[in-house]
Design a protein. Sequence first.
Length: 106
Amino acid sequence: MSSETDRDEQSGTATVNKKKLQPPRMHKVLMHNDDYTTMEFVVLVLQKFFNKNYNEAQSIMLDVHSSGYGVCGIYTYEVAESKVAKVIKFARDNGHPLRCSTEPSE
């Protein structure tokens, strides 16, 4: 019984099975419309926390206003959750009930 596999085992040669790494699952950060948070504050948040320029922030704010929500960006789970927490704290500290959440991206 001296197959090639046996010889490898006898010689102490180890084989390594490499697993293909999967990219991390991405999550959308969503901002939700409410009747109290000002449009100007939403634009400020988009610029401050999501690095949007004024025109991008204005466009997302209009999505939030007209559709009920807008996508602020797509990030790994940890980054998305961190951004949501920072936005909510900033909004509360400034007296706004702004809602922000995450959901898995397709």
